[in-house]
Design a protein around this ligand. Structure first.
Ligand code: G4P
Length: 534
């Protein structure tokens, strides 16, 4: 057994066994393949390949994603739960496209740890770097998986150096690869002094694990060719001298990441990584909130919405709010208070995302993700409690960096367009502003690609062809301040004023100069680039 003291031995066992995490990676590094193997070893699917081949129903449901698939991106995040040994894993999928999106950021507010997947030949790529920075903002613990070791990859020390330098995080090898590319035979488990051998004949078979007594054990020579063994001994000795040892506390505070080497497609190294998540990955963490923080072990249930997805099933115009439970033991049928509206809500048909199917959730615990179907009452950032007026904090909304006007292909369908836009705004897929003067809407996104995704979703889900066009505005800022000062500001700047889907006031402009002018001329008004969702 590994010598690790549980973080929080006082937690109820059901909570202590939960591991809620996300995978961060650059497209093509192997996130989908790794997810599939997680599910395979978690017993959630019988055969690898099921995650991709989702059957007709699923395919039609996600047709709009065809475009994203063509480009190797996935926009819709989902959550999956499965068991591994005596742990319950909740894997929250992060959208992986190259435009940084708020969705990605918010997904990472719902997890306690992240698995960073890198391609052994490519090292740290741009998207990984960006996502890593987001994890760093929250001090999320990170476990690293260096994938595709069955191909020609970089020197192990180089990979580790690159992570340490580019991401400014200490790296400790949890395993050490033996051979490279075609010569890759497996890994030496640095934490447990075991030899893990890869089976190339069956991609879904778990590697053989051979207990050995350190690097001098003669048994090693029976399994590892002599030239690789000499190199392994030398490298491991160097690694132990030069690299920091595993330090659980440092990992939990996000300053050190253990790295496993493997090949997801060959199911190699995946179980060791899962063991690592179970052993080191943190249990549900304390949630920041106002006026007080929420402890996972509290008796009463609380949770917050970090994502809303509409039209998951085209037959029902439902929306599913993804709720991360922050505390307590939830039962189906419970009445929870929707803190923003102060109204009670009976949660009668919650869903748990077990592998690729949705199932009714009878119960769930702090750390779990449940889906609550609703008609739009639940919005991103909302808190649910058993009555107490607590508001989870730290779920931001960013000012969009790109603005465009939008018009329905058929002018008679303007009302439909408004409905579609409002829905996407509530889902958090875009910002929609209604200018105070004139008609039409200004849509704001963080990355250019989102316009295309939106246009294709509006067309698919609302049968409404739309055109995005240049807008006279390029920036939006939320307007804050005392009522009187804001009213006076709005009155004097009507042509720049708009309202977001919550009715909050925004200042729309083309020029940084305008923003500077407001700062100078209206000291009582504050323009902000983020708004905390509530
Ligand atoms: P992503 O979700 O991060 O974008 O990556 P994904 O798992 O889709 O993997 C990207 C490509 O890398 C896939 O090949 C996949 O088969 C391959 N791959 C994943 N893990 C490994 C590995 O351990 N070793 C090797 N050699 N390849 C790996 P593809 O040709 O794009 O797709 P497919 O035709 O295999 O489905």
């Amino acid at each position: 057994m590994l010598d690790i003291a549980p973080n929080r031995p006082d937690l109820p066992p059901e909570i202590a066994r939960r591991r809620t995490f996300a995978i961060i990676s650059h497209p093509d590094a192997g996130k989908t393949t790794l997810t599939e193997k997680f599910l395979l070893f978690g017993g959630a699917i019988q055969m690898a390949g099921q995650v991709r081949a989702k059957g007709e129903a699923r395919r039609t449901r996600s047709d709009f994603m065809a475009m994203e698939k063509d480009r190797g991106i996935s926009v819709s995040a989902s959550a999956m739960s499965f068991d591994f040994k005596n742990f319950r894993f909740n894997l929250v999928d992060t959208p992986g496209h190259s435009d940084f999106s708020e969705d990605t950021y918010r997904t990472l507010t719902a997890v306690d740890a992240a698995v960073m997947v890198i391609d052994g030949a490519k090292g740290v790529e741009s998207q990984t770097q960006k996502l890593f920075e987001v994890c760093r903002m929250r001090d999320l613990p990170i476990l690293t998986f260096c994938n595709k070791m069955d191909r020609e990859s970089r020197d192990t020390f180089d990979i580790i150096d690159e992570i340490q330098e580019n991401l400014a995080i200490d790296v400790t090898p949890a395993s050490w690869p033996i051979g490279v590319g075609r010569d890759f035979v497996g890994c030496y488990d640095m934490l447990r002094d075991r030899l893990e051998l890869m089976d190339r004949s069956d991609r879904n078979r778990v590697a053989e694990s051979i207990q050995i007594d350190g690097l001098d054990d003669p048994k090693l020579a029976e399994h590892v060719p002599a030239h690789l063994l000499a190199k392994l001994r030398e490298e491991v000795e160097m690694a132990r001298e030069l690299l920091p040892p595993m330090d659980h506390a440092a990992m939990l505070e996000g300053s050190l990441t253990p790295i496993w080497f493997g090949s997801a497609i060959n199911s190699f190294g995946v179980k060791e990584l899962m063991d690592g998540i179970a052993t080191y990955g943190p249990e549900p963490q304390i949630q920041s909130a106002e006026p007080r923080q929420i402890l996972p072990e509290e008796k009463t249930v609380s949770g917050f919405v970090f994502k809303v997805q509409a039209n998951m099933d085209p037959k029902h115009r439902d929306r599913v709010a993804f709720v991360r439970l922050a505390s307590g033991h939830f039962h189906r049928g419970m009445k929870l208070t929707h803190v923003r509206s102060k109204k009670p809500m009976a949660i009668s048909n919650p869903v748990l995302f077990l592998a690729s199917d949705r199932e009714l959730a009878e119960e769930a615990w702090a750390g779990d993700i449940i889906g609550i179907p609703n008609h739009g009452q639940l919005r991103i950032g909302d808190t649910l409690t058993e009555g107490e007026a607590i508001r989870v904090t730290g779920i931001p909304s960013f000012a969009p960096e790109l603005l465009q006007g939008v018009r329905a292909g058929d002018p008679l369908k303007a009302k439909h367009l408004e409905k579609a836009l409002m829905q996407f705004a509530e889902e958090g897929a875009a910002k929609v502003f209604k200018p105070a003067i004139g008609s039409g809407f200004v849509v704001g996104v963080v990355g250019q690609l989102q316009f295309e995704v939106l246009a294709s979703r509006i067309e698919l889900e609302y049968s409404l062809p739309v055109r995005f066009e240049q807008s006279q505005f390029t920036s939006a800022r939320w307007v804050n301040g005392a009522r009187q000062a804001v009213d006076k500001f709005v009155e004097a700047n009507k042509q720049h004023i708009g309202y977001d889907h919550d009715g909050d006031i925004v200042y729309l402009t083309r020029l940084q100069w305008d923003i500077d002018r407001v700062v100078r001329d209206y000291p009582d008004v504050r323009l902000t680039a983020t708004k905390e969702m509530m």
